[in-house]
Ligand binder design. Structure first.
Ligand code: 7PM
Length: 292
């Protein structure tokens, strides 16, 4: 069922690289978040070290089978305070440039910042991933101008307060409706529907029950008619359900990745690429064994 869902759909074109979603693929997360406790000189040295660490991670993820690397410089952690635009750009752009030069992969940029969308596209990024679904001033225009595929994610509230008291009439219906309205905004801006992917935004203004209901009903979100990106890796719902710290959430993350792919997710966003590729390969093998 899942594997033929988009087999008739042409592959997405991501800055000269083709992203085939006939089977689920894995997106590896690379965070380059600022170190706010350093002075100028230390900050500079740390930035150089950070980019080398990030490059090592990028190489390993590509070797492990990631189809996409998602680079983020703004911490969207629940309760996080905002990062300045220049700080976010200084973190992300050098890494996009290095990865473009050294690795054959699709680079996704996890940002809501219009300036960064433009500059990342110019530096070789192949996909825009916006947890705010292009709601920032100027983001629709900036994203439209890049010609890149765009992931529109659902979020209720803003990161600093979104987990305080999330509320929905019907979480699945509300998320579908919100994403449909963001799709309509994109279309009015001249963004072709074929450029769009959707994401329910697990953990972004959702209780454990909201998250579980969205996962169970993921096929309804797939019916909206766009490939789905899903990020459940290490998220706090696992902590809440199992009482596990972040470092102990891999087995549950793998289970959630497979459950999401089975329910129609096309892109699985994860911190643990090698393990997730193996897990998803079992689903792909199962789906394809019956093919003539
Ligand atoms: C701290 C806590 C840092 C949580 C980062 C996070 C998603 C995303 C993120 C997602 C898409 C994380 C989140 N999550 N983009 N960016 N979907 N499309 O757990 O679920 O990585 S940031």
């Amino acid at each position: 069922m899942i594997s033929d869902q988009y087999s008739g759909r042409p592959a997405l074109q991501c800055a000269g690289r083709s992203l085939d979603l006939a089977r689920p693929v894995v997106m590896g997360v690379i965070n380059v978040t600022p170190d706010s406790f350093s002075d100028g000189a230390t900050l500079y040295r740390n930035a150089i070290l950070d980019i080398e660490k990030a490059m090592a991670r990028a190489r390993e993820m590509v070797a492990s089978g990631a189809a996409i690397l998602d680079i983020g410089g703004e911490s969207t952690r629940p309760g996080a305070s905002p990062v300045s635009v220049s700080e976010e750009m200084d973190r992300v752009l050098p890494l996009v440039t290095r990865i473009t030069a050294e690795l054959e992969t699709i680079i996704s940029v996890d940002t809501s910042t219009p300036e960064l969308m433009r500059e990342a596209a110019a530096a070789g990024a192949g996909l825009l991933n916006d947890v705010r679904a292009l709601t920032r001033e100027g983001a629709l225009e900036a994203a439209a101008a890049t010609d890149l595929p765009i992931c529109l994610m659902h979020m209720q509230g803003e990161p600093d307060r979104m987990q305080v008291a999330p509320r929905y009439d019907d979480v699945v219906e509300d998320v579908c409706e919100h994403l449909r309205s963001r799709v309509a905004c994109c279309e009015r801006q001249g963004i072709a529907r074929s450029r769009l992917l959707l994401d329910p935004g697990f953990g972004f203004g959702k209780s454990v029950t909201h998250n579980l209901e969205l996962l169970r009903e993921l096929p309804r979100l797939a019916e909206v008619g766009f490939p789905l990106i899903v990020g459940l890796s290490r998220k706090s719902l696992i902590g809440k359900l199992l009482g596990r710290e972040v470092g102990q959430r891999l087995p549950a993350s793998l289970a959630l990745a497979v459950l999401a792919a089975e329910r129609g997710a096309s892109v699985i966003r994860t911190h643990d690429v090698a393990a997730t590729v193996d897990a998803i390969s079992m689903l792909t093998a199962l789906e394809e064994c019956a093919d003539p």
